[in-house]
Design a protein around this ligand. Structure first.
Ligand code: SF4
Ligand code: SF4
Length: 288
């Protein structure tokens, strides 16, 4: 089963939930943790894996042979990202805008375009006790997160439980991270910002057809509007984590909830059981 952990906004406790869920399940199932928050992967701080495999990730960007090019402009016409342009007698390429789709080289009538690899990040894999761990790391200054995320997800092991820590927000990197998941846990907090971003995240999951449930973090402050919204939209609130100084202290020291307060492991196993029930029910009745 693939469970992604996402949030409409950063700082809601997504990492806390993803890492604690992985640690709590490690004696129950074969667990894999995939950190797709490639701009700022920090699951490794909490589960301390031994990294034994590193692989560079790149995208193919165009290189124009100006001796063959006729300046016909076809490449610039087909590029949806303005990553190639013809200006008078020059053909200009902007590798940092290129998505590596290959359309320009494919459609160039003179075959004047070849491709070269441009490194945009790395994938790192290893073990944290029995947990298989993989994270992506986007090169600083790069904007193209999806290719790195795709590479992380290529390492998904479908035999056990794969937990995907998605980036915050609702943009392309989130969609790339969560698509293909059996379930998405949305971590939020009971504040107006939390509610606003939860609504966006729920809309994204609905669009992708991924069932979702909510973990309400830092409960006890704020208001009841997130709970009311979830009730009105029939979104289950599967777990509540209180606003608690001890949890905040553990987090600031890089200690997960499941390790710092072992009683929480039972809560996370209960969370997993509820997710399994929902996924099984949906597999039985896909139209629900
Ligand atoms: S499509 Fe090919 S020939 Fe035409 S401008 Fe681009 S590189 Fe040159
Ligand atoms: S590979 Fe795709 S994105 Fe990159 S310059 Fe060519 S058409 Fe544009």
């Amino acid at each position: 089963m693939i469970i992604s952990v996402a949030s409409g906004k950063g700082g809601t406790g997504k990492t806390l939930i993803a890492t604690s869920l992985a640690l709590s399940l490690r004696n129950k199932a074969q667990v894999q943790l995939l950190d797709c928050d490639v701009e700022e992967p920090n699951d490794h701080i909490f589960i301390r894996p031994v990294i034994d495999r590193t692989e560079a990730v790149g995208i193919p960007v165009p290189v124009v042979d100006e001796a063959i090019c006729t300046r016909c402009g076809r490449c610039a016409e087909v590029c949806a990202f303005n990553a190639i342009a013809v200006a008078g007698e020059y053909v200009l390429t902007f590798p940092e805008l290129c998505h590596g789709c290959g359309a320009c080289s494919y459609l160039c009538p003179e075959k004047a375009i070849t491709e070269e690899n441009r490194e945009t990040g790395v994938i790192e894999s290893g073990k944290a006790d029995s947990i298989d761990f993989t994270q992506g790391r986007l090169t600083v200054g790069e904007a193209m997160a999806p290719p790195v995320i795709r590479k992380v997800k290529e390492r998904t092991n479908n035999d056990g439980v794969a937990i995907i820590d998605a980036p915050p927000g609702t943009s392309c990197p989130v969609v790339e991270s969560v698509k293909g998941s059996d379930f998405c846990l949305l971590v939020t907090e009971p504040t107006p910002f939390g509610l606003n971003d939860l609504k966006l995240a729920v809309a994204t999951m609905k669009e992708l057809g991924i069932p979702c449930g909510v973990v309400l973090n830092r409960a006890g402050n704020g208001d009841k509007n997130v709970i009311d919204y979830c009730e009105s939209e029939y979104i289950p609130v599967l777990m509540t984590v209180p606003l608690d100084m001890e949890i905040a202290r553990l987090y600031s020291r890089g200690i997960t909830l499941a390790e710092g307060i072992p009683a929480w492991q039972k809560e996370f196993i209960g969370l997993f059981d509820k997710i399994t029930e929902i996924v099984d029910e949906r597999n039985r009745c896909p139209e629900r």
